[in-house]
Design a binder for this molecule. Structure first.
Ligand code: GUN
Length: 295
């Protein structure tokens, strides 16, 4: 029997742990985790994401602040806001929603967030800690952190002897995901568009993670029987006059071969916000000089 991971349910269990940790921190140290979410411009999809992040932060019992800036905001104005939030003792996490409007440079903004408040895990200091296997010192970016929760709940903390293949080498996902799997002792291959005989490489994977942005690219004959398949793709396709979301994995056919598989939607997606909340509570614990919980 194939297990289909219910991402909503796993995310809810992470959120429950975040809520409990928030109550404990407030009781023991009088500190409420503070998350500031910054959005610039009018992109409707970004507004929808940001609203759900702010709403979830409130639900977790955080001090949830949203800064909604007009499209015409200058680089300097945005930089000044980040600086103010860096200095604000009540704010433990800062997230600047991407993409920014075209006239703004995102990289200097992201790199100006204090690493200890970079709950997106995008600062080079945090990326570097993941790359060097220092997972307890920094903040891990939310989507790979969420995918690793699935991996740990399926295989435990130690992946010794298991082959993992990550398809995709982006800084946002593929590289940190490969580093996290390696830190957990998996034997890791990072495959990408230039990889020779990708199906054969994938067939070697006990854990196969797809993050390429190509609808239903991974087919059943790419999957090792019994493998764990984690689909990070979110692609909108139109078929028979209707639009729907699909992942990078051809779910129906791969589910017949895999041992464990994540659906799209309802797999990795719900984990990203849950891990953002987890990172915020971790940042607040560290600021208060306490050992944060593990998620
Ligand atoms: N836009 C889409 N996903 C994300 C994310 O995880 N973080 C940020 N900052 N922007 C995004």
């Amino acid at each position: 029997m194939t297990t289909i991971i219910d991402g909503k349910q796993v995310a809810a269990s992470v959120i429950d742990a975040v809520k409990a940790a928030t109550v404990q921190l407030e009781k023991e140290a009088g500190v409420k985790p503070g998350l500031a979410v910054v959005i610039v411009g009018d992109d409707p999809a970004s507004h929808a994401y940001v609203s759900s992040k702010s709403r979830m932060a409130k639900e977790c019992g955080f001090n949830s602040i949203q800064h909604t800036l007009p499209e015409a905001t200058t680089q300097e104005e945005l930089a000044r806001l980040v600086e103010t939030l860096n200095e604000d003792e009540s704010i433990h996490g800062i997230l600047v929603q991407l993409p920014l409007p075209g006239h703004l440079k995102s990289e200097p903004i992201i790199q100006s967030i204090r690493p200890e408040k970079d709950v997106d895990g995008l600062h080079v200091v945090n990326a570097g800690k993941v790359a060097t296997g220092d997972l307890d010192g920094g903040l891990v970016s939310c989507t790979p952190a969420g995918a690793m929760v699935f991996v740990r709940r399926t295989h435990g903390d130690d992946l010794s002897g298991l082959n993992a293949v990550v398809i995709g080498r982006s800084n946002l996902f593929g590289k940190p995901m490969s580093a996290l799997l390696l830190a957990a002792n998996a034997t890791v291959t990072t495959a990408h568009s230039r990889t020779k005989d990708l199906p054969a490489v994938c067939r070697n994977a006990d854990i196969l993670v797809a993050a390429v942005g190509r609808p239903e690219m991974v087919k059943a004959d790419w999957v090792k029987p019994g493998a764990t398949v984690i689909d990070v793709g979110i692609n909108r396709i139109s078929a028979e006059g209707r639009s729907r979301l699909v992942g990078d994995v051809a779910f129906e056919e791969c589910a017949k071969v895999a041992g464990v598989i994540t659906p799209v939607p309802g797999g990795v997606g719900p984990m990203t916000i849950a891990m953002l909340m987890a990172n915020t509570v971790i940042a607040a614990y560290r600021k208060a000089g306490r050992t944060p919980p593990k998620f």
